[in-house]
Ligand binder design. Structure first.
Ligand SMILES: C[S@@+](CC[C@H](N)C(=O)[O-])C[C@H]1O[C@@H](n2cnc3c(N)ncnc32)[C@H](O)[C@@H]1O
Length: 343
C-alpha cells in the first residue's frame, strides 16, 4: 500500500516521485521473481515476466486470467477452458427444485423460501459485492425456478470470477494461482469446474491430478475422517434435501468433477495445509447433494499477490493405485502447519 508520496529532483533534473510503501497485515514476503528489475538507467526491464498466455479463459470470464512462467519452458497446454460444468451423456442432472416467490430481489428471509432453507437468514451479506457469513454443510441459493433476478443476494456464487487472478509457474508444484486483487474474507473466488462424471468411471485411470470428488454428503456425516462444518444452523438438513437421491448414499462420493481435459482456473489452484480458501457446497438449480456445485471462498482477508490455496482434504493412505498399493505425494506447501504429505 502506498502510504506517502513525495516528489524530488532526480539526477537528470527530472522530477522523481518517491513512494513509501507499507506492507498490509498478513502480506507475504515479496520474492525476487515478483519484482521487475531495471537495468541501471535504461528503464528496460532486465527480465520481463514471461507471459505465456494473455488470458487462459479466452475471453469467457469477465476478467482476463494471464499465465506467467519465469521458471522453465512449460506452457499452458492439454486442457480446454470452460466456464460451466459439462455433463457427460451417461449422466442426467436431477430436475430443478421449486423456487421462491420473491420478485426482483429476495429481501425478506422470513418470506423467501430459499433463505429459510439456510436457517433463519440469507447465507450472504451484501458488503464487498457479497460475502458468505459462515461455512455451512451446504448453501441453498436461488435457482432457475425462483422469481428473483440475477442481482439477488442469494445468487452470489452465480456471478462468475470477479477478482484479477494470475496463473504462475512454481519450481516445485507445477502451476499455481495468485490474486492480484485484495479479496475480502467470505468472498466467492471461483467454482471448481470440469466434466461431471461417476467416480467409478475413474477406477482404471492411473493418473489424473484434477479430480474433485463431490463429498458434501460424506463431509456432513463425517464419513472417512472428513471434518464436519461447525457453522451449520439446520437441525435436520437432510429433510430439506432431495431425500430420494440420498437414500442410497455411499460411504464414497458417487460423482466427481474431472478438470483433467476441460476446466477453469480452479484446476490450477494448489493444496496448502494452511490455506486461504475453503470449499463450500452450493445447491442452486436442483437439490441433490451428490451433484452439488463446489465453490471456493476466501477464508480470510487475502492481500494482493498472494497465492490462492485450499486444503485438498485427503486422508493419509487413502489413495491407492490400480494394484492396491498406497500412493504418497509429498507436500510442498511450505507452511508451518505442513503435514508433509498431500496423501
Ligand atoms: C489440481 S492440480 C493443481 C495444479 C497443478 N500444480 C498444475 O500444475 O496443473 C493438483 C496437483 O498439483 C500438485 N500440487 C498441488 N499442491 C501441491 C503441494 N502442496 N505440494 C506438492 N504438489 C502439489 C500435485 O501434483 C497435485 O496432484
Amino acid at each position: 500500500m502506498v502510504s506517502e508520496c513525495c516528489p524530488a529532483e532526480g539526477v537528470s533534473g527530472f522530477v522523481v516521485y518517491n513512494y513509501h510503501l507499507k506492507r498490509l497485515e498478513g502480506q507475504p514476503k515479496l520474492t525476487s521473481n515478483q519484482v521487475q528489475y531495471s537495468n541501471g538507467r535504461s528503464r528496460v526491464p532486465a527480465k520481463a515476466p514471461q507471459l505465456v498466455c494473455l488470458d487462459i479463459s479466452e475471453g469467457q470470464e469477465d476478467v482476463q486470467i494471464p499465465a506467467v512462467n519465469t521458471i522453465d519452458d512449460a506452457t499452458i497446454t492439454g486442457f480446454t477452458y470452460t466456464k460451466y460444468n459439462q455433463v457427460l451423456s451417461n449422466l442426467k442432472l436431477p430436475p430443478n427444485a421449486d423456487g421462491c416467490d420473491c420478485k426482483g430481489y429476495c429481501k425478506n428471509p422470513k418470506t423467501c423460501s430459499c433463505a429459510r432453507l439456510n436457517g433463519v437468514d440469507f447465507p450472504y451479506v451484501r458488503s464487498n459485492g457479497g460475502r458468505l457469513i459462515e461455512a455451512k454443510d451446504v448453501v441453498f441459493e436461488c435457482g432457475p425456478n425462483c422469481g428473483c433476478g440475477p442481482g439477488c443476494i442469494n445468487r452470489i456464487s452465480q456471478r462468475g470470477i470477479k477478482y484479477q487472478l494470475e496463473v504462475f509457474r512454481t519450481s516445485d508444484r507445477g502451476w499455481a494461482v495468485k490474486t492480484k486483487d485484495f479479496i475480502p474474507s467470505g468472498a466467492p473466488v471461483c467454482e471448481y469446474i470440469g466434466e461431471l462424471r461417476r467416480t467409478n468411471e475413474l477406477d482404471n485411470v492411473d493418473e489424473n491430478d484434477y479430480i474433485f470428488e463431490i463429498d458434501c454428503w460424506q463431509t456432513m456425516k463425517g464419513i472417512g475422517g472428513r471434518e464436519r462444518r461447525l457453522g451449520d444452523v439446520s437441525e435436520s438438513l437432510s429433510n430439506k434435501l432431495d431425500e430420494k437421491n440420498l437414500e442410497n448414499s455411499m460411504p464414497e462420493p458417487e460423482f466427481c468433477i474431472d478438470a483433467g481435459r476441460i476446466g477453469n482456473v480452479s484446476r490450477f489452484i494448489n493444496h496448502s495445509c494452511d490455506p486461504n480458501l475453503f470449499v463450500q457446497c452450493v445447491l442452486s438449480a436442483h437439490h441433490d447433494l451428490k451433484l452439488a456445485r463446489v465453490l471456493l471462498f476466501a477464508s480470510d482477508n487475502i492481500p494482493p499477490m498472494q497465492e490462492l490455496t485450499y486444503d485438498y482434504g485427503y486422508a493419509l493412505d487413502s489413495v491407492v493405485d490400480n494394484n492396491g498399493n498406497v500412493r504418497m505425494l509429498p507436500c510442498h506447501c511450505g507452511t508451518s502447519e505442513c503435514r508433509k504429505r498431500l496423501y
